[in-house]
Design a protein around this ligand. Structure first.
Ligand SMILES: NC(=O)C1=CN([C@@H]2O[C@H](COP(=O)(O)OP(=O)(O)OC[C@H]3O[C@@H](n4cnc5c(N)ncnc54)[C@H](OP(=O)(O)O)[C@@H]3O)[C@@H](O)[C@H]2O)C=CC1
Ligand SMILES: O=C1O[C@H](COP(=O)(O)O)[C@@H](O)[C@H](O)[C@H]1O
Length: 491
């Protein structure tokens, strides 16, 4: 994971520049990079979309979005410096002749041009073909593709085939923004820079692993997109599987992009398929009904804006996953993700085995088991729960569980950069470590396609859950047994 490559001038051509992602995430991230002095003086940003906007009205939209995201920390001087770099170009992505304007533009641009596709993925192939036909791809240019790359293995291969006709693998940066989150990168430091953890990261010491990506939000007006996709393709195929790989991978031989990606690929190849034979025991799919979150009433999925009265799309998934290799033999990974759950929380919890020869009160055994809680959001940090003696004269050797805490969000370290700041920076530096390689994406699709097929074959029921709950009851049943339960945030 090299991060010290010097910044060279580079120009960002942002396709889909007035979309939700660009306005909510990318421009605020660019603002913060500008504020931190991390944009090269000569780097420019050219936004492309089909809305008839001039530079001024585009800038006004971007400014409003950046102000919203940055809040009271917004500084006019940083914004003005960013604004100088920004231009708008109107273009219909499916219209080849519109690309001539890009061709004219790239002649003037820096040696490094980044084509960032924040557009619907169905257009990725078309954009590459049209760029090529207009001779608008500069040698050494980089292309960034937002997730999801495809809808299944076949469509993913098709997109990858088309893109790779015009860009070599080393020029392609497939984005999974979870890989840009600070705590995810800290996993690398935690695991591979600390012998304490590195030496005990296996089936001899770990009982099971839980990964939760829970959201309070519903589908936020994205019915058209979401109902075709569902939680499996929206969150499991990419973010959840990438986190699983980061937790489960063997140590890379070096901190290079390919070393890390080779190890993640090995995990994907070792995932035991979930098929019609075991799908009922290993998965739960759910859909939210009306409920309340923090006292505020929320509609059910079918009543969401743009929704219809019957949809079989899952908004919640829980899985029990096995990794068939030496390190993880017999260690289940419990994964869950859902919309409209009780809280917004993304965390990885490593549950350690308890002492083989246990000399304390056996009733306390599960309560004081060691847990390593890696919190991605909110309150980024790492917490280790250890057993200590209760401080009391009366209790004898009674144990209690206490926490050793690392709070990354704590005052001294300042603001935690958003994932897109890190990703844009590494993209400009040409560091691929935080981006997903073609074989990883395809191996992940292959595994997910199997699971989705199994759901179809077995007509796996869609279990209702109330908005504001932690998902269907059967998700609790999936993990229960051997004293296991989903980790609760009070810990
Ligand atoms: N929004 C998010 O939080 C996340 C999004 N993503 C991915 O990012 C990508 C963009 O998502 P999002 O921003 O939500 O999508 P939006 O629908 O909000 O924005 C799409 C953008 O693409 C432009 N566009 C679409 N079709 C054309 C066309 N034919 N010609 C020219 N421009 C076109 C739109 O321009 P115009 O408005 O002018 O029509 C708009 O600027 C998707 O791949 C999505 O999966 C990934 C992670 C999170
Ligand atoms: O990719 C996506 O991620 C968001 C959740 O991202 P987070 O960083 O806020 O945890 C999710 O809401 C969206 O549906 C999905 O497309």
């Amino acid at each position: 994971m090299q991060t010290d490559t010097e910044l060279a001038p580079c120009d960002l051509i942002l396709f889909g520049c007035v979309g939700d992602l660009s306005l909510r995430k990318l421009f605020p991230a660019l603002y913060h990079l500008q504020a931190a002095g991390l944009l090269h003086e000569q780097s420019r940003i050219i936004g492309l979309a089909r809305k008839p906007l001039d530079d001024e009205s585009f800038a006004a939209q971007v400014e409003a979005a950046v102000r919203r995201a940055v809040g009271s920390a917004f500084k006019e001087s940083h914004w003005q410096a960013l604004l100088k770099r920004i231009r708008y170009l109107r273009l219909e992505l499916s219209e080849p002749k519109d690309y001539l304007a890009i061709k004219t533009l790239v002649v003037d641009l820096s040696p490094t041009v980044i084509y960032y596709l924040a557009t619907p993925p169905e257009l990725y192939g078309t954009v590459c073909e049209n760029l090529n036909a207009s001779d608008a791809i500069v040698p050494g240019g980089r292309i960034a593709l937002e997730k999801p790359v495809g809808h299944d293995l076949e469509s993913s291969r098709c997109i990858n085939d088309t893109v790779s006709r015009y860009f070599s693998e080393s020029q392609i940066y497939r984005i999974d923004h979870y890989l840009g989150k600070e705590t995810v990168q800290n996993l690398i430091a935690l695991r591979f820079a600390n012998n304490l953890f590195g030496s005990q990261w296996d089936q001899n010491h770990i009982d099971h692993v839980q990964i939760t990506l829970a959201e309070e939000v519903g589908i936020e007006g994205r019915w058209g997109y979401y109902d075709r996709v569902g939680q499996m393709r929206d969150m499991v195929q990419n973010h959840l599987i990438q986190l699983l790989c980061m937790v489960a991978m063997d140590p890379p031989t070096q901190l290079t992009a390919d070393s890390i990606r080779d190890e993640k690929l090995n995990v994907l190849r070792a995932l035991r398929p979930i098929t019609a034979k075991n799908v009922a025991r290993r998965s739960v799919r759910g859909q939210y009904r009306a409920g309340q979150i923090d006292g505020v009433p929320c509609p059910g999925y079918l009543e969401e804006q743009g929704g219809r009265s019957n949809s079989d799309t899952e908004t919640f998934v829980a899985l029990r996953v096995s990794i068939d290799n030496w390190r993880w033999s017999g260690v289940p990974f419990y994964l869950r993700t859902g919309k409209r759950l009780a809280d917004k929380v993304s965390e990885i919890v490593i549950h350690y085995k308890s002492q083989r020869h246990y000399i304390f009160d056996p009733r306390q055994r599960s309560m004081v088991q060691n847990k390593l809680i890696i919190r991605l959001q909110p309150d980024e940090g790492i917490r280790l729960r250890v057993a200590t003696k209760e401080q009391s004269l009366q209790q004898g050797m009674a144990l209690q569980s206490q926490a050793l805490d690392l709070d990354f969000g704590g005052g001294q370290q300042g603001r935690i950069p958003d994932a897109y700041e890190r990703l844009l920076l590494e993209l400009m530096r040409g560091n691929s470590s935080l981006f997903v390689r073609r074989d990883e994406i395809e191996a992940s699709w292959e595994w997910c396609d199997n699971l989705i097929d199994a759901w179809h074959q077995c007509q796996t029921p869609l279990e209702p859950y109330a908005a504001g709950s932690w998902g269907p009851d059967s998700a609790d049943a999936l993990i229960s047994g051997r004293g296991r339960a989903w980790h609760q945030r009070v810990d």
